[in-house]
Design a protein around this ligand. Sequence first.
Ligand SMILES: Nc1ncnc2c1ncn2[C@@H]1O[C@H](COP(=O)(O)OP(=O)(O)OP(=O)(O)O)[C@@H](O)[C@H]1O
Ligand SMILES: [Mg+2]
Length: 227
Amino acid sequence: MRLEGVTKDYGEEVVTRVLHGIDLTLMPGEFVALVGPSGSGKSTLLNLMGLLDRPSGGRIQVRGQDTSELDDDGLAALRARTLGFVFQFHHLLGAFSALENVMMPMLAERGRQDASMRERARALLGDVGLAERADAHPSQLSGGQQQRVAIARALAMDPALVLADEPTGNLDTGTSSQVFELLRRFNRERRTTFLIVTHDSRLAERCDRLVEVVDGRIRTDRPVTRP
Ligand SMILES: Nc1ncnc2c1ncn2[C@@H]1O[C@H](COP(=O)(O)OP(=O)(O)OP(=O)(O)O)[C@@H](O)[C@H]1O
Ligand SMILES: [Mg+2]
């Protein structure tokens, strides 16, 4: 994914520019932390990269395709095929089991259920250590378990890039470290690219690259070096 000179304005009468000329390229297999103060534009940037919203200016390319050339259906199709999302609050559907929640993106893509979907969702729940809890509903799971279901769901379509907005934001330190390790493992095993917004500097330092946004501009973009 490549962003060139991306800007974002909010408001119609009073226009506020919240992103100013963002240039950012994510390489396949990278594991990147996105940090910055509250209100600096991290979620806005993630929404644009997630093709959930369009930039006010500049270009966003996904696998060489200029996304401004796509209509809303085209964006949705590209999003479903290439991107996965994990949010601070998991947004699982309470009326469905963990297994059904993980199957949801596959159902949306293919229109109807088949046995292979169920098998794949089971395997993903196994990968996140929840094979035994497949039939539990979200309210019967702990916060960390719910977040692991959300991760399994994000990976259901085998996305090239996963965008995570404070995926460990409402978890305790130990659980958040486990959830982080899980993302790390998928990154290593499948070469899935990750961009993770975090306020936790210890987690950020466990990524490969650190991008810092301040006042809607990239202030720092550096590799993370470990002792
Ligand atoms: N839909 C919107 N309409 C108008 N202004 C918005 C909208 N969404 C965000 N903003 C503004 O854009 C700026 C960036 O917000 P954003 O949510 O991207 O920040 P953030 O870096 O994710 O902050 P946090 O760390 O608190 O989540 C803020 O000043 C915010 O008030
Ligand atoms: Mg945010």
